[in-house]
Design a protein around this ligand. Sequence first.
Ligand code: TYM
Length: 341
Amino acid sequence: MTDGAASTGRARVFSGMQPSGAVHLGNLLGALTGWVTLQEDADCVYSVVDLHAITAPDDHDPALLRQRTLDLAAALLGVGVDPARSTLFVQSHVREHAELAWLFNCVATFGELGRMPQFKDKSAGRDASVSVGLFDYPVLQTADILLYHATKVPVGEDQRHHIELARDIGQRFNHRFGEVFTLPTAILPPVAARVMDLQEPTRKMSKSASSEKGVVFILDEPDAVAAKFRSAVTDSDGEVRVDRAAKPGVTNLLEILAATTSRTVEQAADEHAASGYGALKTAVAEAVIAFLAPIRARSLELAADQAELERILADGAARAREIAAPTLERARLAMGLLPPA
Ligand code: TYM
């Protein structure tokens, strides 16, 4: 099997994020810090997955999508994606993604897509009116990953099933048509793989939350971050300790503290065992504000330079295509599609 990264001897990493709203602390701690760290010793390919973002028709505003695509690219650079070392591009600029997704549509089954937890959540109660794109979303995600022969996919916990599906589809394709694809593994962070909403700590922090009070965005002003943590929902027993089931709010605060201060959640809990909830909230808010400060500054600066962003994304798309085009070609041949004369 050809691994696109074999020539450099480094592992290949792929991950993507939808331009469907502002980047929040869940995205940052669950996935993006992993994206940045992996650049040290892997060959990383990262994408703003705009074709995924159009699967939610309720929210589809073309002008807003264009703006969010650029804003997300600026945020990813602001977080630390380094275009000199990694490939950063917009998914729809590399047409191989959509074409490979079609080939995989003929390998994936209706049953396995219907069982995907994210599809079940998003389509609950409105089965007949959701787009086919929403149903097919994980197949496009499979194409994203497999086009680059990625072995590692840094994601938050909510994407685990999608990465397992990508393995299954890749394995089935290889079995039927010959070894073309490398099988990927999800890389989850040791802590904060599932950051919860500060107001509803039994729900994951999400761009589509009903209220922004429980969602910390990376561009929030420090005062807004402090206010969101001050009003975070906890519980009434007053004890600072880790217990995801019985104490989801406090555990979430401890996970966020651990992730933003490079400690384990146990260390964070021990250090605050004698604190009241008020002191814990203040400590987490301070840690998050300090963690976000350089990211916020860099993201805002980059967002102001659209020409530079477009240059980085064009360069990224050209580099991505160099890997994606030969992979797609091999898949087409393996399936028996007649090469054009
Ligand atoms: P998206 O855009 O919803 O989220 C981007 C990344 O953020 C992680 N994440 C979280 N992690 C911890 N706690 C949370 N509350 C939280 N919310 C979001 C997600 O797990 C994700 O890693 N389907 C993907 C995008 C995608 C992709 C890919 C990912 C498309 N193609 C190929 C990896 C590889 C998604 O919707 O992510």
